[in-house]
Design a protein around this ligand. Structure first.
Ligand SMILES: C[S@@+](CC[C@H](N)C(=O)[O-])C[C@H]1O[C@@H](n2cnc3c(N)ncnc32)[C@H](O)[C@@H]1O
Length: 306
């Protein structure tokens, strides 16, 4: 049963499992994610493209740096969503052979519009089964803020390995260690406290495979999936400033958990979050400003099979 009801918050098979304190299966996860993305297309990029690191790069640009500018490589954006990363890569180097895969048709519609006449091949598929992509055909697989959502994860890594060339690279942008971004843990806890009033086990059970969220377990997963490869994980912090209510809404929109709140609860949460994110600065028109910072990590797996 799938039902987004604006007065009742999001209710899915996945949330119903959590209410019964059961671990939802992979199909319930897919259904839940599709429901959220169908109703809120493009919400990831609203936050991710506004948040920048100290060198001025957003997380798409930081991840995209793995792709060299001067070669005609074949690049797959796994779980490309509305296509912001593919657009950055296309604008930088027209000689790339670009492909994007996502399981949500509504996000792919946005990506198709954005990448019209670019020749980028967009495919609707789950990351666990990349049957549209040939073995050893991709030089670089990128995955921006989506690996954390995938469960089961082992078939995804197997598929990445199958499609990569013997010297190929896999780079994924994932959540970084919470304590590296000032105030992030407090923002997380505020939103999860609201959500746990509705579903107490939300957080204890969360989206995706929890091993992706911790650097050590992520490193182990990558080593096991690619025993021959060099694996590195770098961390960074991106942040945004602006009118505080706007910053609070964009930041809250980035947390999947916030989508389950009923409208009235969500309003209260945004108000609390605005108070938390407020900084002393005010704009020229006297509007209160806010700041949100988030931790990010970049996993890089470089294969080297002779
Ligand atoms: C947080 S969004 C990120 C989208 C895009 N990479 C970006 O950063 O703007 C997560 C995306 O992952 C996709 N996704 C999640 N699990 C997936 C899976 N198992 N297979 C394919 N796509 C998946 C969702 O449909 C959604 O578009």
């Amino acid at each position: 049963m799938k039902n987004i009801n604006n007065q009742n918050g999001l209710n899915s098979i996945w949330t119903q499992s959590l209410v019964r304190n059961h671990h939802p299966n992979g199909n319930a996860l897919v259904d839940h994610l599709r429901t959220i993305h169908q109703e809120n297309t493009g919400f990831t990029e609203a936050c991710a493209s506004s948040c920048r690191d100290k060198n001025g790069r957003n997380s798409y640009e930081w991840l995209g740096e793995v792709v060299p500018d001067d070669l005609s490589l074949s690049v797959l954006d796994l779980a490309c969503g509305s296509g912001p990363l593919l657009k950055i890569l296309f604008d930088r180097n027209k000689n790339l052979n670009l492909k994007g895969i996502d399981m949500c048709p509504e996000e792919l519609v946005l990506a198709k519009t954005r990448l019209k006449n670019s020749g980028v091949n967009l495919i609707e598929s789950k990351a666990q089964n990349l049957k549209a992509i040939n073995d050893n055909s991709i030089d670089i697989v990128l995955c921006h803020w989506a690996l954390t959502l995938m469960d089961p994860i082992a078939p995804v890594l197997d598929e990445v390995k199958r499609v990569l060339t013997s010297r190929g690279q896999f780079a994924a942008l994932v959540d970084g260690p919470m304590n590296t971004a000032p105030g992030y843990e407090e923002v997380h806890d505020l939103i999860y406290n609201y959500v746990q009033e509705e579903i107490p086990s939300y957080g204890e059970i969360d989206l995706g495979d929890p091993r992706i969220r911790e650097s050590e377990s992520l490193r182990n997963l990558a080593h096991n999936a690619f025993p021959e490869a060099n694996v590195t994980i770098e961390t960074n912090v991106v942040s945004m400033e602006g009118p505080v209510t706007k910053v609070a809404k964009i930041a809250a929109g980035f947390f999947y958990a916030a989508f389950i709140l009923k409208p009235e609860k969500r309003k209260l949460m945004i108000k609390d979050l605005s108070n938390m994110l407020a900084i002393s600065k005010v704009s020229a028109d006297n509007e209160k400003q806010g700041r949100f910072a988030m931790p990010i990590s970049r996993l890089l797996v470089t294969r080297n099979i002779k």
